[in-house]
Design a protein around this ligand. Sequence first.
Ligand code: SF4
Length: 219
Amino acid sequence: MGQNLSAAAKLGWVDAVMASYNFRLMQEDKIQAGIDACHKAGVAVIAMKTLGIRTDHKIETEEDKKIVGRFLKRGFTAIQANIKAVLADERISSACVGVNNVAHLASNAAAAIDKTELSQADMATLNQYAQATCNGYCAGCADICNSALPSVPYISDIMRYLMYYNGYDDRNGARELFAQIPAKVINRLLSTDYSAAEARCPQNLPIAKLIAEAVTKLA
Ligand code: SF4
């Protein structure tokens, strides 16, 4: 993503880029450099995957409870804090946030309209949380797991569909997308050894376990 953003800034004919950007990805130097380059070149950056939702979407660890409690005391939810963290960045022109009901839409719009700014301590908390929970977030760097396991070139997609199911509660949408994977690939999902992909995954995702969860929920 960082390389693509930097390349887009140099081309001279790109007006806007929609790129994954959230409180997790904003920790990465290459992405920061790419967004800087776009901003300087006058290329608008529209954030997508704005919420940084984990593939497993668990809210059970101490880190999860701490961050939810912290932001509720500040008057907004952790999800709203994630939106604020992206919109606070002047280099970001807009944020695209998926919703599947009116309550989500109202909550997201309220986060965008509300003038309360995240403090440095809030941003530091999000940073710490991103690091503590990175092994639940698929960063979409599909070239890495695809090159490790070319026989199953859908790992990143399946992680995303599972995130739609778990994080957005979009069960039908996730199942419909999963059904578009070729049957010959689906048939080998549970018998594949994912250790090579897990060894290369920069997020340390437990890929085999998540694929098994995806097959159970989406197949
Ligand atoms: S390498 Fe890991 S983080 Fe990157 S797309 Fe594959 S599963 Fe996701």
